[in-house]
Design a protein around this ligand. Structure first.
Ligand SMILES: *[C@@H]1O[C@H](CO)[C@@H](O)[C@H](O)[C@H]1NC(C)=O
Ligand SMILES: *[C@@H]1O[C@H](CO)[C@@H](O)[C@H](O)[C@H]1NC(C)=O
Ligand SMILES: *[C@@H]1O[C@H](CO)[C@@H](O)[C@H](O)[C@H]1NC(C)=O
Ligand SMILES: *[C@@H]1O[C@H](CO)[C@@H](O)[C@H](O)[C@H]1NC(C)=O
Ligand SMILES: *[C@@H]1O[C@H](CO)[C@@H](O)[C@H](O)[C@H]1NC(C)=O
Length: 527
């Protein structure tokens, strides 16, 4: 399926290894999060105390390139996931650290020379900091990543991977954060971006002057990582980017680290509708760019999903907005599935051929294959569907794929990246996820079930029995992976991935499956 056909793409991950490696890492990361946040909390307590006694925590001789561990990710704000976005400095809902409050109470000083030279005259549309105030840095930890919003006189040096807030008045404290601009923690091959709030000493020896001044805000993001896997393309990048940028109506500058021209090419239509400007290659950008607001990093709320309350900017977005956006982007004609009448008193439909609901059967080319596709096709046809077998390849043009998927009423497939195509289904259509053996239901629900529901789709899950798994034949009934899936889960996600995702194919028992098909049809009738 699309998921694993990433051979020519993702450079850090060779072919088959990608799916398993990335998958395992993804889940391992989740395990780390809890512990990590605990450490973070401890750190914050310590750092707060430290800050009180030592306002200049870091020597300022080296202004840039201080790639340190996260020092105080949003001191006092880490975990405040529910910030209502960037409605300016005033009346913000989130908790503020003592220092920040103190700073905001200080009158803004006269504009500095370098501030004036920038010719900043007007607030950004997103209501960022007032001209010439001290600005501020708001960093947050989400379950998956860090993001920092920097308001004020913000300057980027791409080659140095720095985003620097230049305060106007003195008596600010130097603070620094080092984060990856990717939507998941700890991706290999993605350089950290250092966000620095300069202190008064730095004001005396000014930051490098702007070479380019932008009137629009910027978003610093990182590509690479798990991209190349179709699911991650959406979950880690397209959805978070949509969330971060939609409110700007195209008036936003993207700065992409670890730039992947193939990826930007593949999703060009989407990116072009999110920004009117060329995406800049952060790693090779030797300009000092000045902005009034820079968001560093993408925030994934949940896997392939949007939590409207977490969308910045006060304009809530949902997955319905995301899929509506995709339909506009790719000119997808259908915003509703076939309308089937269940009305006994209406005349029978004579033109039966055109009135059948269409089912797309995803036939993965690799592991987690359906081994009895013809039988499933027959069953689905018997249930009343017109069936098309699809095996989209990695290099398929997204627009063609989107148009094709949009013409269907039901998407049926084994757990895997191909189900990401549900984003192109018309709302009201049905997604049937076949969940392989091995207690994978929670993951299946998280990655495709919940997103499908939030996209206004009817989600049906078909969990196979052990008899429908090829693992029963290949491992034998006495293997722990058959007898005791819990023990496999206890031994770590690597094993889960190896057995249940990597070595398993599915032979659907069409008798057992028939009620699921009937439910799908029923839903389309009632829709
Ligand atoms: C940007 O950072 C690089 C790397 O640290 C440095 O060599 C360069 O001088 C900086 N650019 C400017 C204009 O200061
Ligand atoms: C890079 O940022 C991550 C947080 O995203 C942090 O955990 C890590 O320590 C940083 N690495 C470096 C070398 O600063
Ligand atoms: C990221 O990596 C760093 C260093 O390897 C580690 O300390 C940290 O716990 C990791 N964070 C997460 C969320 O996995
Ligand atoms: C999001 O979708 C809802 C309907 O689902 C709509 O009312 C709202 O205007 C949309 N928001 C944006 C910003 O498009
Ligand atoms: C059923 O069809 C009849 C005739 O076409 C129509 O008058 C009636 O309103 C329909 N009932 C429903 C529930 O759609």
């Amino acid at each position: 399926m699309v998921s694993v056909d990433a051979k020519q793409a993702a450079p850090a991950a060779g072919g088959k290894g990608l799916m398993l490696g990335s998958w395992a890492q993804r889940h391992l990361n989740l395990c780390f999060v809890a512990g990590f946040l605990l450490v973070l909390l401890t750190y914050l307590v310590v750092s707060q105390q430290f800050a009180v006694t030592s306002p200049v925590a870091v020597p300022t001789t080296t202004t840039h390139r201080k790639h340190q561990a996260v020092k105080s990710p949003g001191a006092g704000e880490a975990g405040v996931g529910l910030t209502q976005g960037d409605r300016g400095g005033e009346g913000k809902a989130e908790a503020k650290s003592a220092q920040e409050q103190q700073h905001e109470q200080q009158p803004a000083g006269p504009p500095k020379a370098e501030g004036r030279a920038r010719g900043v005259g007007k607030r950004d549309d997103d209501g960022a900091a007032k001209p010439f105030d001290n600005g501020k840095v708001v960093c947050r930890a989400s379950p998956f990543s860090y993001t920092c919003d920097v308001f004020g006189d913000v300057r980027t040096n791409g080659t140095a991977h720095t985003v620097t807030l230049v305060p106007v008045t003195s008596r600010t404290e130097r603070r620094e954060w080092s984060i990856q601009a990717y939507a998941r923690f700890n991706m290999t091959g993605i350089p950290n971006v250092t966000v620095t709030q300069l202190d008064s000493t730095s004001v005396a020896s000014p930051a490098p002057a702007c070479t380019v001044t932008h009137r629009v805000p910027a978003i610093v993001l990182a590509l690479g990582g798990h991209l190349g896997n179709y699911f991650h393309d959406f979950s880690d990048a397209l959805v978070p980017l949509f969330v971060a940028s939609r409110r700007y109506g195209g008036e936003v500058q993207l700065l992409a680290g670890n730039i992947q021209p193939w990826w930007l090419g593949k999703y060009e239509a989407v990116v072009r509708r999110l920004t009117k400007y060329e995406v800049l290659d952060l790693d090779h950008d030797d300009q000092i760019r000045c902005f009034r607001h820079v968001t560093v990093g993408l925030n994934m709320h949940k896997e392939f999903n949007i939590v409207p309350e977490l969308v910045p900017g006060g304009v809530p977005l949902s997955m319905l907005n995301f899929t509506a956006f995709l339909r506009e982007t790719y000119s997808l004609p259908r915003a509703a599935p076939i309308s089937l009448t269940n009305n006994k008193s209406s005349p029978p439909v004579d033109d039966n051929k055109n009135k059948k609901p269409r089912l797309m059967l995803l036939d993965r080319g690799h592991y987690r294959k359906l081994v009895n596709v013809p039988e499933i096709v027959k069953a689905a046809e018997k249930a009343g569907f017109e069936v098309t077998i699809a095996d989209p390849r990695f290099n398929v043009r997204v627009k063609e794929l989107a148009l094709s998927v949009n013409s269907f009423d039901v998407l049926l497939g084994v757990h895997g990246a191909g189900l990401t195509n549900s984003a192109f289904l018309p709302p009201g259509a049905v997604v049937i996820q076949v969940v392989p053996y091995g207690k994978l239901e929670p993951m299946a629900q998280r990655e495709f079930g919940d997103p499908a529901a939030n996209m206004g789709l009817r989600y049906l899950e078909y969990s196979i029995s052990v008899e429908e798994s090829t693992l029963l034949e290949t491992l034998g009934p006495d293997h722990p992976a058959i007898k005791d899936p819990d023990s496999v889960h206890r031994s770590g996600w690597d094993k889960v991935a190896e057995y249940y995702l990597g070595k398993q194919n599915v032979r659907v028992d069409v008798e057992r499956f028939a009620p699921t098909l009937a439910l799908a049809l029923d839903h389309l009738r009632r829709h």
